[in-house]
Design a protein around this ligand. Structure first.
Ligand code: ATP
Ligand code: MG
Length: 234
């Protein structure tokens, strides 16, 4: 469904990602693991069209979208839930969610999608009028995921959704990810939580300093010594 082929990308002419080949099949959960600075968020931002490719291609259902604009990619269903949530703090929960569904493709479906989001996150239903900046970290993550769903995601890219959350909330977020998966959503999950990601993802990639060091099913990735090395910098 979504693929990076021979992708090199970075900032100011300096490559961070080098010759990355990564694909996410329709309905799959693919985990993207790696230490700080490995280039995980950069890759998500290249998929989103925020960071341009220096070489290689981005494909959506086989179609080359390398030069398609970021807003258009959202309309096509390529949606990210950014690292650190980035909710709009001075806007209410309702406004944050509705804004997610502002693009031309998603807008007609907003009432139905809002119902769906509130059924996943009943807690947000009780807080629709509350400014998002006053929510707990876990609740803000719910808003961020809800906003991504409101955008009409067909591929949902989650950038460290469990970061900074208590174990109970982490558990809850992974349950939501499983629910979305069961409903057929295609998911690229960026995480540093190795064991939970290996447990929930169909396949994983480990990125080490901008290069794919390991890829395969959970078993393969868990047992590959390069997985540990990528984390411990050995
Ligand atoms: N806007 C930018 N301008 C210049 N360099 C950047 C920019 N964003 C990221 N980088 C650099 O790219 C490298 C990879 O960063 P990136 O955020 O992709 O890593 P990451 O794997 O997501 O790390 P983390 O787990 O800490 O979020 C880092 O060295 C970072 O300093
Ligand atoms: Mg990151």
């Amino acid at each position: 469904m979504l693929e990076a082929r021979g992708l090199t990308a970075g900032y100011d002419g300096v490559a961070i990602l080098r010759d990355v080949n990564l694909s996410v099949g329709k309905g799959e959960i693919v985990g993207l693991l790696g230490a700080n600075n490995a280039g995980k968020s950069t890759l998500i931002n290249v998929f989103s069209g925020i960071v341009p490719a220096m070489a290689g291609q981005i494909l959506l259902e086989g179609e080359d979208i390398t030069h398609v604009s970021a807003p258009r990619r959202v309309e096509m269903g390529v949606v990210q839930v950014p690292e650190g949530r980035l909710v709009f703090p001075q806007m209410t929960v309702r406004e944050n969610l509705l804004l997610g569904g502002f693009n031309a493709t998603a807008r007609p479906n907003r009432p139905r999608e809002l119902d769906h989001v509130l059924s996943l996150f009943p807690r947000l239903g009780e807080r629709l009028g509350q400014n998002a900046g006053t929510l707990s970290g876990g609740e803000q993550q719910m808003v961020a995921i809800g906003r991504g769903l409101m955008a009409g995601a067909r591929v949902l890219m989650l950038d460290e959704p469990s970061l900074g959350l208590s174990p109970l909330f982490v558990q809850f977020i992974f349950e939501i990810i499983d629910k979305l998966h069961a409903a057929g959503m295609t998911i690229l999950l960026v995480e540093q939580n190795l064991s939970l990601t290996l447990k929930h993802a169909d396949r994983c990639y480990v990125l080490e300093r901008g290069v794919v060091a390991v890829e395969g099913d959970a078993e393969t990735v868990r047992n590959d010594p390069r997985t540990r090395a990528a984390y411990l910098g050995m």
